[in-house]
Design a binder for this molecule. Structure first.
Ligand code: SAH
Ligand code: SF4
Length: 415
């Protein structure tokens, strides 16, 4: 339960005597303030480091020239580094999508995706990103970054390539937010800051990469706060997708700062859902919808239900009818995702007519329904295709295996 219990603090305590010199990137302002106090520096030094890490997005301590040389050298000699994750490989799709292999300090890697002009996922959800999408013109540029939350995933959805990796470990808040900063730096993105640049870039974040964000809840929410308060990306431009971790959805509903929610519904009844998403054994669709219903929706906020269409499994008109009966009353929209194939996964793509009919059936009943554009399929960057480029991974052992078991055993096993 540890990984899903949002009340369990999982942040790093920089003042702890045995702390192993954590990277500065990922620390909150109170943590930096405690670090400065421990080293007999005034609190404003912590604010300067916070600004340098998140707003100016420095890569080394040497770049933080506002700090006295002695303080910088002292931190360095005690082993402190900025510690941003590093882009070690990239692949570019014909459609402009770029997929990065991002390496953490311990050598573990995740994938992060840059989609110029977004992926159409925000259409109809009432957000700023959605109105921009709807008013899209060639002169208007905006981009979406798809962020990973874990190394691998424990949830084992049968149609997803990431599931094949199993879970190796959780990412820290700094490693989640750090993917965003690494990609922003690579593209030299200027975000509108306090000084107000003339044409700040519009960056949307989707937490839809590798992993299940709600099985790594505390670090994930920590990353969200760093990205909002530090990096300066509004929460209204962020969407988190979950396979449906009921207690975490309820905790999320109570968060003062939070992204929009997308629930991976993917089936119209528990029987089909359990066959493609074994986690349904733990939480039934009705429980998930009830939890989603506790989220106090903000002005212009709608909930997104994602629905991966698998040929012959969940793509028939009767399934569309069941979907309508399930979510008819919620302020909701549906994003249909045509299943993206991957090696070793024995599903088939839905027929184009089935996709069109599914959408038409939902639309005819008044449910806003969009078909997500597949992005970067040729480089395996599309939904559910994120799997490490280097595939020959050893099975986790020792602590990593224990952590994987904790993540999988959310009450009952989900495999
Ligand atoms: N773990 C989270 C977020 C990452 S997956 C979740 O499952 O919601 C992001 C989305 O991709 C989910 O809606 C998931 O159902 C979908 N997906 C996974 N594998 C896919 C595939 N092969 N083709 C299309 N969509 C897929
Ligand atoms: Fe994990 Fe999401 Fe893939 Fe399911 S669809 S295995 S929850 S990444």
């Amino acid at each position: 339960m540890q990984a899903t219990d949002p009340s369990t603090p999982q942040s790093i305590d920089p003042t702890a005597p045995d702390s192993t010199d954590p990277p500065l990137f990922g620390m909150t302002l109170p943590e930096l303030t405690a670090l400065m106090a421990k080293r007999s520096h005034k609190p404003y030094r912590a604010r300067q480091i916070f600004e340098a890490l998140y707003r100016q997005r420095v890569c080394t301590l040497d770049e933080v020239t506002v700090l006295p040389v002695g303080l910088r050298e002292g931190l360095s000699s005690d082993g402190y580094t900025v510690g941003l994750p590093e882009i070690v490989q990239s692949a570019r799709s014909v459609d402009g999508t770029e997929r990065y292999l991002v390496q953490m300090a311990d050598g573990e890697t995740v994938e992060t995706v840059w989609m110029p002009d977004g992926d159409g996922g925000e259409r109809g959800d009432g957000s700023i990103a959605a109105s921009e999408e709807e008013e899209f013109s060639p002169a208007y540029r905006r981009s979406t970054i798809c962020v990973s939350s874990q190394v691998g995933c424990a949830v084992n959805c049968q149609f997803c390539l990431t599931a094949k990796l199993g879970i190796r470990r959780n990412l820290t808040a700094g490693e989640i937010a750090g993917q965003v900063v690494a990609v922003l730096n690579r593209h030299n993105v200027k975000l509108g800051g306090a000084s107000g640049s003339e044409s700040p870039a519009r960056i949307n974040l989707v937490f839809m990469g590798m992993g299940e964000p709600f099985l790594n809840y505390v670090p994930f929410m920590g990353a969200v706060r760093l990205l909002v308060e530090g990096v300066g990306i509004p929460e209204s431009r962020m969407t988190v997708s979950t396979s449906g971790i009921e207690p975490a959805i309820r905790a999320f509903a109570a968060e003062p700062i939070r992204p929009k929610l997308a629930l991976s519904l993917n089936a119209s009844n528990d029987t089909v859902r359990e066959s493609i998403m074994p986690i349904t054994r733990k939480w039934k669709i009705a429980q998930l919808l009830e939890a989603v219903g506790t989220i106090p929706l903000r002005t212009r906020e709608w909930v997104t239900f994602e629905y991966v269409l698998l040929g012959g499994i969940n793509d028939q008109p009767e399934h569309a009818g069941e979907v309508l009966a399930l979510i008819g009353v919620t302020r909701a929209k549906v994003n249909l995702i045509v299943w993206n194939p991957g090696p070793g996964i024995a599903y088939t793509e839905p027929a184009p007519e089935a996709v069109a009919l599914f959408q038409k059936t939902l639309m005819a009943a008044g449910m806003p329904t969009y078909i997500r554009r597949p992005r970067g399929r040729d480089i395996y960057a599309a939904c559910g295709q994120l799997k490490r480029t280097v595939d020959a991974l050893p099975t986790p052992v020792g602590a990593a295996a224990a952590q994987a078991r904790d993540l999988v055993t959310i009450g009952a096993p989900i495999t």
